[in-house]
Design a protein around this ligand. Structure first.
Ligand code: IRN
Ligand code: FE2
Length: 637
C-alpha cells in the first residue's frame, strides 16, 4: 500500500457507477412507529403486460435493500465525512452509555497521537461510547428484559418487505388485480426442518428470537450508521462478503469502494479481513461509511502487533485490540476460542491440516507454550468487553475441514462441541453469539453437520463458509460452495459467508466480489424458497410472469444482476426491438415453448375449453398452424 497519505485524497470519492440506482428501481422508506424509523426497500417497477397476453397492470414489487444511502439519489454522499448516525438518538435515549473523551485502548491512543497519520485519520471529532459502569448494552440484554428496541421494530418491518400490503393492494385493484394477487401470492409450502417462520414478522417475534439466542442483531453502539438487520434461521437467509487489504495490495480508498460495491449487490454484512499496514485507519473508513454490520477477526491485527510471531501473542495485546476495535464500532468479532490445546494433535491425521488463518495462529500459540488458548481461558473477560459495546461473537471454526477428505472429522466436531459450551457462557452474560462453520463438506454430509450444530450450540445461528461440495474446481469455487451454501441454508444456516471465484487462488477484485455476492444471493434465496419462507416466491413469480410475457426489460430488472442479463441478451439480439420480441435467441422464433404455450391458451380460450383439452383436441390443428406461421417467419427474414 502507498506510504504517502495523500493517496487517500486522490481516491476518496465514491465510484459514480457504483452509486447509481439499479435500473427501474427506486428506494422507498417505510416508516415505523416513530418518524426516525425509516426502513429502506427497493421498489422495482414493471411495464404492463402486452395486449396479446391480456394487457394487465404489473405493480412494482419490493425487495430487500442492503445498499444504504448510496443508491438514494436524494442523499448527499461524502465518504470523507461518513454516513449519518441513524441510530445515535436510539442509543443515547436508552441512557446506559457514556461518551468517552477519546479511545481507551493503548493502541488507539498511540494512533491518535501519531502526527504522521493526521491525513489518514477519519472524523477526528468522533468520540467512542461505552456502557456505563455495570450496564449491559447488548440487544440480547434488552430483549431478555422484555424491551423492544427501535432496532427490533426496524428489523420486523424490513423482513416483511411490505408483502402483505403488496398483496392487499393488488386485491383491492379490481378483478384483474385479484387474479394477479392469487398468482403472486401462491407458493410451494417448503420444508424447513424445524424452523418456524411466522407469516408476518412482528417486533415482538424479533425480540423473542434474540432473547432466546436463536437470532442476533449485530449492532455496536459505536456503529450508529447501520441499518439494523438480523441473523437467525427464522428470518431471511443472509450473506456476508469478505474484503480487506493484505500487505501487498490495495489502498484505503479501494477497500471503501469494495464495501460499497459489495452492499450494492446484496451483501448483508461485510467482514474487513485487512492484514496490511494502516489496518486501524482502513477499518475506520470502512465503518464510518458502512450501513451494514462490519465483522473482523481481531487476532489478525493482534498478530501484526507482534510482527507476525504467533508465540509472542499475549492476552493483554489481544484484549487491547478488542477494545480498540470495539471503540471503532466493529459489530461482530470472529474469535477462535474453540481451538483448544487438546484438539490440535487431532489435526495431524488430516489431509489438509488447519486451513483457518485464525485457527492456525492459535494452534501455533498453544503448541509453542503448551498451554490452553488464552481465548478460551479468558473467555468470560471477553464477554465483559462484548457487552460494554454490544459486539456479537462469531465463534470461529478454527478447525474447519479444508478438504472433502477431512469433512466432519474428530477435530472439527470436537471444536463444535466447545463452541456450544462457550455459547452458553456468552448467553449467561447476555452476549449475542453466532457459530462459524465449514469449509469443505460433500453434499451428503451437510445435514449431519447442521443437525449437530443446532443440537450442540443450542440453536445459536450458524454462519458457514460455503461449504464447498467438491475440491476439483479451482477457479469455480463460488459454484462448488454455492451448491453447499444453498443446501445448508435450506437446512437452517442463518448466514452464508461468500466464496469468490478466486478462492484458493488469489485476492478477489471487484468483479470477483460481485460474482461471489450474486452467487450467494441466489443460494440464500434458493434456501428461503425451499424453507417456504412466507412470500419468498413473490419475486420468482413476478420474474416468471415477465419472462412468459416477453417483458424483457422487466425480466432483467427483476433479476439479481440486471446488467449481466441485459448484456447477455444484447450479445445475440442487440436491437431494441428484440426487447419486445416474443422469442429469444436460445430457441429462436419457431421453437419458443413460451410462445407455443400462449398460443395453446389463446386457442383454448377461443374454443371455450381448458388448456389440457386444447392440447388434446387441437394438437393437429395447431401443428398445421405452427408450420404455416413458421414458414411465414422464414419468408420475412
Ligand atoms: C465463516 C464461517 N467460517 C469461517 N468464516 C469466515 O472465515 C469468517 O467469517 C472470516 O471471514 C473468515 C475467517 O477465516 P479464518 O481466520 O478462520 O481463516
Ligand atoms: Fe478451502
Amino acid at each position: 500500500m502507498n506510504a504517502n497519505p495523500q493517496f487517500l485524497a486522490a481516491t476518496a470519492t465514491v465510484d459514480e457507477a457504483a452509486i447509481q440506482p439499479l435500473p427501474n428501481s427506486r428506494k422507498i422508506y417505510v416508516e415505523g412507529s416513530r418518524p426516525d424509523i425509516r426502513v429502506p426497500m427497493r421498489e422495482i417497477s414493471q411495464s404492463d403486460t402486452p395486449a396479446s397476453f391480456g394487457a394487465e397492470k404489473n405493480p412494482p414489487i419490493y425487495v430487500y435493500d442492503t445498499s444504504g444511502l448510496y443508491t438514494d439519489p436524494a442523499a448527499k454522499i461524502d465518504i470523507r465525512s461518513g454516513l449519518p448516525a441513524l441510530r445515535a438518538a436510539w442509543i443515547e435515549e436508552r441512557g446506559d452509555t457514556e461518551e468517552l473523551p477519546g479511545p481507551t485502548s493503548q493502541y488507539g491512543i498511540e494512533r491518535l497521537n501519531d502526527p504522521k497519520l493526521a491525513e489518514l485519520r477519519f472524523n477526528l471529532h468522533r468520540k467512542p461510547r461505552r456502557a456505563k459502569a455495570g450496564k449491559n448494552v447488548s440487544q440480547m440484554h434488552y430483549a431478555r428484559q422484555g424491551i423492544i428496541t427501535p432496532e427490533m421494530e426496524y428489523i420486523a418491518i424490513r423482513e416483511n418487505l411490505r408483502r402483505k400490503e403488496y398483496i392487499e393492494s393488488l386485491k383491492a385493484s379490481g378483478p384483474m388485480g385479484q387474479k394477479l394477487a392469487d398468482l403472486m401470492g401462491r407458493q410451494h409450502p417448503g420444508q424447513n426442518f424445524g424452523a418456524s417462520i411466522p407469516a408476518e414478522i412482528t417486533p415482538e417475534f424479533v425480540r423473542e428470537e434474540v432473547a432466546r439466542g436463536r437470532a442476533i442483531i449485530p449492532a455496536n453502539i459505536n456503529h450508529p450508521e447501520i441499518e439494523p438487520m438480523i441473523i437467525g434461521r427464522n428470518f431471511l437467509v443472509k450473506i456476508n462478503a469478505n474484503i480487506g487489504n493484505s500487505a501487498v495490495t490495495s489502498s484505503i480508498g479501494e477497500e471503501v469502494e469494495k464495501m460499497t460495491w459489495a452492499i450494492r449487490w446484496g451483501g448483508d454484512t461485510v467482514m474487513d479481513l485487512s492484514t496490511g499496514k494502516h489496518i486501524h485507519e482502513t477499518r475506520e473508513w470502512i465503518i464510518r461509511n458502512s450501513p451494514v454490520p462490519i465483522g473482523t477477526v481481531p487476532i489478525y491485527q493482534a498478530l501484526e502487533k507482534v510482527n507476525g510471531k504467533a508465540e509472542d501473542l499475549t492476552w493483554e495485546i489481544f484484549r487491547d485490540t478488542l477494545i480498540e476495535q470495539a471503540e471503532q464500532g466493529v459489530d461482530y468479532f470472529t474469535i477462535h476460542a474453540g481451538v483448544r490445546l487438546q484438539y490440535v494433535p487431532l489435526t495431524a491425521k488430516r489431509m489438509t491440516g488447519i486451513v483457518s488463518r485464525g485457527g492456525s495462529i492459535m494452534a501455533k500459540w498453544c503448541l509453542a507454550h503448551h498451554k490452553e488458548s488464552f481465548l478460551y481461558t479468558h473467555f468470560e473477560e471477553i464477554c465483559e468487553i462484548m457487552k460494554a459495546y454490544d459486539v456479537s461473537f462469531s465463534l470461529g471454526d478454527g478447525l474447519r475441514p479444508g478438504s472433502i477428505y477431512d469433512a466432519n472429522d474428530e477435530a472439527q466436531l470436537g471444536e463444535l462441541k466447545t463452541l456450544g459450551e462457550l455459547t452458553q457462557i456468552a448467553w449467561k452474560h447476555d452476549v449475542q453469539v453466532m457459530i462459524e462453520g465449514p469449509g469443505h463438506v460433500p453434499l451428503h454430509m451437510i445435514k449431519e453437520n447442521m443437525d449437530l450444530q443446532l443440537e450442540q450450540c443450542h440453536e445459536a445461528p450458524f454462519y458457514t463458509l460455503g461449504p464447498l461440495t467438491t475440491d476439483i474446481a479451482p477457479g469455480y469455487d463460488h459454484i462448488t460452495s454455492g451448491i453447499g451454501a444453498a443446501t445448508i441454508g435450506w437446512y437452517g444456516t442463518a448466514m452464508l459467508c461468500y466464496v469468490t471465484p478466486k478462492e484458493h487462488l488469489g485476492l478477489p477484485n471487484k468483479a470477483d466480489v460481485k460474482e461471489g455476492i450474486i452467487t450467494y444471493k441466489l443460494a440464500a434465496h434458493a434456501a428461503d424458497l425451499a424453507k417456504g419462507h412466507p412470500g419468498a416466491q413473490i419475486r420468482d413469480n413476478a420474474l416468471s410472469k415477465a419472462r412468459f410475457e416477453f417483458r424483457w426489460e422487466d425480466q432483467f430488472n427483476l433479476g439479481l444482476d440486471p446488467d449481466k442479463a441485459r448484456e447477455f441478451h444484447d450479445e445475440t439480439l442487440p436491437k431494441d426491438s428484440a426487447k419486445v420480441a416474443h422469442f429469444c435467441s436460445m430457441c429462436g422464433p419457431h421453437f419458443c415453448s413460451m410462445k407455443i404455450t400462449q398460443d395453446v391458451r389463446d386457442y383454448a380460450a377461443s374454443q371455450g375449453i381448458s388448456d389440457e383439452q386444447a392440447l388434446k383436441q387441437g394438437m393437429e390443428v395447431k401443428a398445421v398452424e405452427f408450420v404455416k406461421s413458421g414458414a411465414e417467419i422464414y419468408r420475412k427474414q
